[in-house]
Design a protein around this ligand. Structure first.
Ligand code: FAD
Length: 538
């Protein structure tokens, strides 16, 4: 583990003293009770639905300083906080909120960034209602503390004030390659870079960020915010190589055997869209939500023809599905100028997987919901484009393996549903290329198999995020990335002072003590070529 240079150590100690101040203050503060705190959750301003549907600006305007201070007062600063356990990356929530009440905003950021390098992202998109806020003690009597909004506020201050530091970190000689630059890859990269590893992140797209950039639209999470937080990783020394499709340009095996990486983390996500397999899916005007969102969010289609990416936009857009991705696709379609946007879902609103807030926003913006409806065929207009769909009405039966009531078609209920664009948002699958081009053991559905330490079937290769769990959440992917970083540190025998849970020491039954240390070698500089270029030129 590297030593830090004296000036950085002094700065860090000063920052820690500030945080300690927050801790002491917490201890000294007169005990708050549910009766003494502000009773109402501080509302957040939103762009008016009629206006916002015409632009890609953020819907949620975030707290002002006084709103953040007011909301922070609602935290009871529980000594044994359930919210921390409810957070997949275990942010020390009471201490960052205590620091806000003390107006020690930078201290609040230091507390959060110990566990999470992307607070402005997570504050915006985490489903807090089922995580930290879902178990908030205040929530047992009143509305829970708005932890996510406070996290976002701190993250936004940090970006505006450039609080992220660029520490000097002594290199430890180990090189780690990361495949995929989504939240799992980024969280893993951050922790390994802090430990002194030389980290290179390979990304297939021309920009880093994964779903945060290509999937979630600007009106929920501006790409500029994601980019600002990615910059913090660059400050830590993480190197991004975009336009690099691992598995095609070089394989995972080559990363270990030829590119000189001592360990590899695979965080390639689950971006391979599902379709229904019904007749008419190859007509013009049928596309997946991921394609629609990627064209719009990452490839500039919303500014066509100023940008080169065209977008086949219908006047009446039917989006199949009712998850967060479906809500994003519908709201993007409205902003692109569709006259009518329909949500077609085979179950009822109660079973819809999207966050309640997302459904509420989509309704406010004018999306028309058709619950208990399922398409069975897409009809041709005679010129190879979509004219309409044939749909059936559904009813709900007994709960299925997902715990939700099973949708059953109502006999003889077919009807025509007019639409000239059909967007499928019914789920995604594992990105397949890594599985097809490596020896990694996969499960039946094509996801990478890992053990409890997030190690795969190949020595030195770890995996996490959606490529292991299937589509999940940003913060869960980040939690997996951090866990992988701990396992990689253990695998490389890097002393990990911050580890709270040590990996068990076994990789698929092989005792770590018996691992082949021939793999571990000190990196040798190879000139200025990128590592991908070196493979191509070797
Ligand atoms: P990803 O974010 O998918 O990143 C994987 C990256 O790997 C991608 O950039 C991909 O291009 C790259 N890659 C793939 N194969 C290769 C290869 N062979 N070589 C190089 N690079 C490769 N979650 C929330 O918590 N809140 C939300 O509001 C939310 N909204 C969502 C909206 C949409 C439209 C979608 C699709 C998902 C949403 N999610 C949300 C889910 C969340 O974004 C994902 O769970 C999370 O991004 C998974 O992170 P990851 O790092 O595992 O993968």
């Amino acid at each position: 583990m590297g030593r830090t240079c004296p000036s950085y150590a002094n700065k860090r100690r000063a920052a820690e003293r500030k945080i300690d101040l927050g801790h002491r203050t917490m201890a000294k503060t007169k005990k708050k009770t549910i009766r003494t705190i502000p009773q109402k959750r501080t509302p957040v301003r939103e762009q008016d639905p009629k206006q916002r549907v015409k632009n890609f600006g953020e819907v949620n305007c975030g707290y002002t300083l006084s709103e953040a201070l007011n909301e922070a007062e609602r935290c009871l600063l529980c000594p044994d906080p359930a919210c921390v356990a409810g957070c997949p990356v275990s942010i020390d929530i009471p201490h960052f909120i205590a620091a806000i009440t003390e107006k020690n905003f930078r201290g609040a950021y230091e507390v959060i960034s110990k566990a999470n390098l992307l607070p402005a992202v997570c504050g915006r998109v985490c489903p807090q209602e089922t995580q930290c806020e879902g178990v908030c003690v205040v929530g047992e009597t009143l509305d829970p503390v708005a932890i996510g909004r406070l996290e976002r506020w701190v993250g936004d201050q940090a970006i505006a004030e450039h609080w992220a530091s660029a520490p000097y970190i002594e290199p430890n000689g180990f090189r780690v390659g990361i495949v995929g630059s989504g939240p799992a890859g980024m969280a893993c990269a951050a922790d390994l870079a802090k430990a002194g590893c030389e980290v290179t992140v390979y990304e297939a797209f021309h920009q880093a960020g994964g779903v945060l950039k290509y999937g979630i639209p600007d009106f929920r999470l501006p790409n500029s915010i994601v980019e600002a937080e990615i910059d913090n990783l660059r400050k830590l020394g993480v190197h991004f190589e975009c336009n690099t499709l691992v598995g095609r340009l070089f394989t995972i095996e080559q990363m270990l055997d030829q590119l000189g990486f001592h360990a590899v983390f695979v965080g390639t996500g689950a971006g391979y869209p599902s379709m229904l397999g019904i007749s008419g899916e190859s007509l013009n005007g049928v596309l997946s939500a991921n394609e629609l969102l990627t064209r719009c969010n990452l490839m500039g289609a919303r500014e066509f023809p100023r940008c080169d990416t065209p977008m086949p936009l219908g006047k009446r857009v039917a989006v199949i599905g009712a998850g967060n991705t479906a809500m994003d696709a519908m709201r993007v379609s409205l902003r692109l100028g569709a006259e009518k946007v329909y949500c077609i879902y085979r179950r009822s609103e109660k079973e819809a997987p999207a966050r309640i807030e997302e459904i509420h926003h989509a309704k406010e913006e004018g999306v028309e919901f058709h619950w208990l409806t399922n398409p069975v065929e897409i009809l041709d207009d005679g010129n190879g484009a979509v004219r309409a769909m044939i749909c059936v009405r559904m009813e709900l039966g007994e709960p299925d393996e997902s715990g939700r009531r099973r949708p059953i078609p109502v006999g003889g209920s077919e009807f025509d549903f007019e639409a000239d664009e059909v967007v499928f948002a019914i789920g995604t699958n594992a990105n397949p290329i890594i599985g097809q081009t490596s020896q990694l053991r996969l499960d039946k559905r094509g996801y990478i198999e890992v053990d409890n330490d997030i190690a795969t079937s190949m020595a030195g290769v770890f995996a996490g995020g959606d490529i292991v769990t299937g589509a999940a959440t940003v913060i869960e992917a980040m939690g997996a990335g951090r866990k992988a970083a701990r396992s990689i540190k253990s695998y490389l025998h890097i002393r990990d002072f911050e580890a709270d849970a040590k990996p068990s020491g076994k990789l698929f039954g092989i005792d770590m003590a018996e691992q082949n240390f021939a793999r571990i070698r000190i990196a040798t500089p190879r000139g200025n070529l990128s590592s991908a270029e070196q493979v191509l030129h070797s």
